[in-house]
Design a protein around this ligand. Structure first.
Ligand SMILES: NC(=O)c1ccc[n+]([C@@H]2O[C@H](COP(=O)([O-])OP(=O)(O)OC[C@H]3O[C@@H](n4cnc5c(N)ncnc54)[C@H](OP(=O)(O)O)[C@@H]3O)[C@@H](O)[C@H]2O)c1
Length: 216
């Protein structure tokens, strides 16, 4: 089981501009390393807030990567696991591209809500705590997980100490505003991370990959 947090962040650590909305911070190099992570993944987790902002999820476009997955007898796209407190999640619209994307859709919601997946989702993964969510996904056959954000979901899984790798694309922007990639309210135990890779991605972007190396 492995969980990789993949984000594009500004130089001042923002995920989105001050007005919020559907942030697209990264360029072509970021797209390439994002697709590399998607190709590795069995499933991608995204907070319902990110889905409401983008109305779709990230998918692999590169034909070689799609062929690679099919040659490995894996679905062309990783599944999308939307995390919400609601079943159904509030504020989703049936006209969004998300429902037409060629991928498996799962809803992860706290146990105790409705027992069946809502319309549009093939599967419900009920959970009581974050470790339980990962165990539920493992039981459903999803072991390689990419966490696509946003900040609320990323901080919850980091607080629960369940993220194994950080893949951050540092984008040459200063954005200011409230949308830090880890909200100021996040309560983390001090953690030390081990640098796995740095890679200039072109257009002044830099890839940073860190692996969890224990409590400091
Ligand atoms: N730059 C990047 O790489 C990147 C990546 C992703 C997102 N973003 C940006 O980030 C923003 C969205 O981030 P966000 O932090 O506002 O939202 P988010 O983390 O995507 O989603 C928050 C939602 O997750 C659900 N959630 C949170 N905690 C939960 C819990 N304990 N149990 C069950 N569900 C829980 C809730 O959904 P319900 O309200 O449905 O209950 C909550 O409203 C957008 O502007 C987006 O563009 C940027």
């Amino acid at each position: 089981m492995s969980l990789k947090l993949v984000l594009a962040v500004s130089l001042d650590g923002r995920l989105a501009p001050p007005g919020g909305g559907a942030a697209q911070l990264g360029g072509a190099g970021d797209r390439r390393v994002l697709e590399q992570a998607l190709t590795w993944a069995d499933a991608c987790l995204l907070g319902a807030g990110t889905l409401r902002a983008h109305r779709s999820t990230c998918q692999i476009r590169c034909p070689q990567r799609l062929e690679q997955r099919l040659a490995e007898r894996r679905p062309a796209q990783p599944a999308a696991v939307v995390v919400s407190r609601g079943n159904p999640p509030p504020g989703l619209d049936p006209s969004w591209l998300f429902w037409r994307q060629p991928l498996q859709r799962l809803l992860a919601a706290p146990a105790g809500a409705a027992a069946l997946p809502p319309a549009g989702f093939e599967q419900l993964v009920p959970f009581e705590h974050w470790q339980g969510l990962l165990s539920g996904l493992k039981a459903a056959g999803f072991e390689r997980l990419v966490l696509l954000g946003g900040a609320q979901l990323a901080s919850a899984l980091l607080q629960a100490d369940l993220v194994d790798e950080l893949q951050l694309t540092l984008c040459p922007l200063l954005l200011g505003g409230a949308f830090q990639w880890l909200p100021a309210a996040a309560r983390l135990q001090p953690q030390r991370w081990h640098l796995l890779e740095t890679q200039p991605l072109g257009e002044d972007e830099l890839l940073l990959r860190y692996q969890r190396s224990g409590n400091s």
